[in-house]
Design a binder for this molecule. Structure first.
Ligand SMILES: Nc1nc2c([nH]c(=O)n2[C@H]2C[C@H](O)[C@@H](COP(=O)(O)OP(=O)(O)OP(=O)(O)O)O2)c(=O)[nH]1
Length: 132
C-alpha cells in the first residue's frame, strides 16, 4: 500500500485550537473533513521544516513557538497508509488567512468533538481531550 508521511500543527491561541476544513476531494473520506493544518514532508526536509513550510503555504502563518512532538498517528485509509506527526504550536493572533481550506474554526478542547474530523485525526483529538 502507498505510504505518505505528513506533519500537522495543533495551533493554539490562548485556550482555543485552530481547526481547518479541507476542500471537496474525490476521496470521500477526506473530502470536506476537518483537520490540523500541515502536509507532506518533502525529500530532505525535517519534520519541523516541513511544518513551517506548510503553514506558510496554507495560511501565510509562522508560529511564535513549536513544541516537541505531541503524537504520531498511523492510519490506514482505503487508498494509502498515513503516518502523521502532530505538534502543538502557538499563535499571537486569531487572524489567520486560509489559502487552501474552505473554512476554519477556533474551538476549545471540549468542543473539538463537534466537528467532522478526518479519521486519522481522531486519536489526536482524543488525546487532547484526555490531557485536558
Ligand atoms: N495536513 C493534514 N493532513 C491530514 C490530516 N488528517 C488527514 O487524514 N490528513 C491527510 C489528508 C491528505 O491525504 C494528507 C495530507 O496531504 P495534503 O494533500 O494535505 O498535503 P500537501 O499539502 O503536501 O499536498 P500536495 O502538495 O500533495 O497537494 O493527509 C491532518 O490533520 N492534517
Amino acid at each position: 500500500m502507498n505510504k505518505i508521511e505528513v506533519v500537522a500543527a495543533i495551533v493554539y491561541f490562548k485556550n482555543e485550537i485552530f481547526c481547518v476544513q479541507r476542500p471537496k476531494d474525490k476521496l470521500s473520506y477526506i473530502s470536506e473533513k476537518f483537520e490540523f493544518p500541515g502536509g507532506k514532508i518533502e525529500k530532505g526536509e525535517s519534520k519541523i521544516e516541513a511544518l513551517k513550510r506548510e503553514l506558510i503555504e496554507e495560511l501565510n502563518f509562522t508560529p511564535i513557538k513549536i513544541d516537541e512532538l505531541f503524537l504520531t498517528v498511523i492510519h490506514e485509509y482505503p487508498d494509502f497508509e498515513l503516518t502523521m506527526h502532530s505538534f502543538k504550536c502557538y499563535s499571537k493572533t486569531k487572524d489567520i488567512q486560509l489559502n487552501e481550506h474552505i473554512s476554519s474554526e477556533w474551538l476549545t478542547i471540549k468542543n473539538l468533538d463537534k466537528l467532522d474530523w478526518a479519521e486519522a485525526d481522531i486519536p489526536i483529538v482524543n488525546r487532547l481531550i484526555e490531557n485536558e
